[in-house]
Design a protein around this ligand. Structure first.
Ligand code: MN
Length: 433
């Protein structure tokens, strides 16, 4: 686990004044990494500060950022993988250097207008790219509330959790090629569905398109094939976290998922937020995970006295194309997750499965204890039985074409928040096939 240091000082303020507004997501205590480009220029690695991006490639060229390698190699890059490969001491050193450089009382960059113009880019003027090259994507199913709701709906309310659920962080191998960055439109998938009243399935546009409110973590240090990661070491293999929408075609999923799990109902798109919030930035917000009963098998046990959860507030809004009126449809919190990221990664590699820098692990749908904290429309509308009424008066059981779904999330301190920005996608009509 990351320990607290000078970069976490709650009194810190930046000379980038927008970073000091209490409800904005990127104060000097956050410093998340991303990849961006501006018109006509190559992609660079940057760090968000207020409504600006600090261009690390330009900063290094100007001699204000020290790295153990030639900066161009990892900072003029279309992914963070090269920087992450340099290891945790380097990411943490970069964070420390940026924190000092951006601090309100440091005149070095603050008072040099020409240099500022070179290294600071307005977020509005930049296009964010997928932050990492993702070799493998795994999605878990680790919210007890979500698994219970789904089990009640489709199986037996008295035995909602399958017997393995309390013993294994259940997961499946997802599709890395269709992980996209926020604001990439999502095409409604076509697929096979089977009505109980018909003999054969049909092929056509999904009629039950849904979200899954999730977070994802990015592998920062891989493990070799055949060499499992021990639970007490697992967090050292995590670079940071993103918001994740695991778009799901429920009608396609219902027909296809037996016996090997979801396939085309999930493979068409997974959206992540562009800024990767480091585990170090999240260190002040650690909380205990829910009590686990029965106690997990020894290889999955946490170190006593260490907090493996994170107090991370999450919200989902739906904005119809015509009215442009946003409705908040869900408020949840990552702290409800039954299985921790450390347990997920430990279990994943316990077979000897290797992971690589940039691999993405989805948390599973993050549902809470109250009806409005369900992280999917499947649960919020109870499979369409109780449609939601939106701010513009329209009703939703599942997502309609033109709807824009936005996940946002942040960890709240007394007078600032370490935020993730947004994870957003708008649904385009299905292609005619
Ligand atoms: Mn999922």
């Amino acid at each position: 686990m990351s320990s607290l240091n000078a970069t976490h000082n709650p009194q810190l303020r930046s000379w980038v004044s927008s970073a000091n507004l209490p409800e904005q997501h990127f104060p000097i205590q956050n410093l998340p990494f991303g990849v961006f480009h501006t018109a006509g220029l190559a992609a660079h690695v940057g760090v968000a500060i207020g409504d600006m991006i600090l261009d690390l490639a330009e900063l290094q060229q100007a001699g204000l950022l020290s790295l153990p390698v030639e900066g161009a190699a990892v900072l003029v890059a279309s992914s963070l993988n090269g920087l992450i490969e340099l290891g945790a001491p380097v990411w943490n050193s970069v964070r420390g250097q940026l924190s000092a450089l951006l601090a309100a009382d440091n005149p070095l960059l603050r008072d040099d207008a020409a240099l500022r113009a070179r290294v600071l880019v307005s977020q509005q003027a930049a296009t964010m790219l997928l932050p990492v090259t993702i070799g493998g994507y795994t999605d878990f199913y680790s919210s007890k509330e979500h698994a219970t709701n789904v089990g009640c709906m489709f199986r037996d309310p008295k035995n909602a959790l399958l017997p393995n659920w309390l013993e294994i962080p259940i997961g499946y191998n997802g599709r890395a090629s269709s992980v996209i960055v926020s604001d990439t439109p999502v095409r409604r998938p076509n697929g096979q569905t089977k009505s109980p009243t018909r003999e054969r399935p049909e092929f056509g546009p999904c009629k039950k398109l849904d979200i899954e409110l999730e977070t994802g973590f990015i592998i920062g240090r891989g493990n070799a094939l055949g060499e499992p990661i021990a639970c007490q070491d697992a967090e050292q293999h995590i670079f940071g976290m993103v918001l994740l929408n695991d778009w799901s075609a429920r009608d396609i999923q219902t027909w296809e998922y037996v016996p090997l799990g979801p396939f085309n109902s999930k493979t068409f798109a997974t959206t992540i937020s562009p800024w990767v919030v480091t585990m170090e930035a999240l260190a002040p917000f650690r909380v205990p995970t829910p009590c686990q009963e029965p106690a997990p098998l020894p290889y999955l046990q946490h170190q006593p006295g260490v907090n493996y959860g994170i107090d991370l507030q999450l919200e989902v809004t739906l904005t119809p194309e015509l009215s442009q009126q946003s409705s908040t449809i869900c408020r949840s919190n990552f702290r409800h997750m039954y299985w921790s990221m450390a347990q997920q990664l430990t279990h994943h590699t316990s077979s000897g499965c290797n992971t690589r820098v940039g691999d993405l692990m989805g948390s599973g749908t993050i549902s809470g204890l109250t009806p409005d904290s369900c992280g999917s429309l499947l649960e919020l509308t109870w499979n369409g039985a109780n449609p939601l009424t939106l701010a513009d008066g329209s009703m939703r059981s599942f997502i309609l074409d033109g709807d824009e779904l936005t996940i946002t999330g942040w960890a709240q301190a007394a007078d600032y928040r370490v935020g993730f920005g947004v994870c957003r996608g708008k649904i385009l009509p299905a292609l005619k096939m």
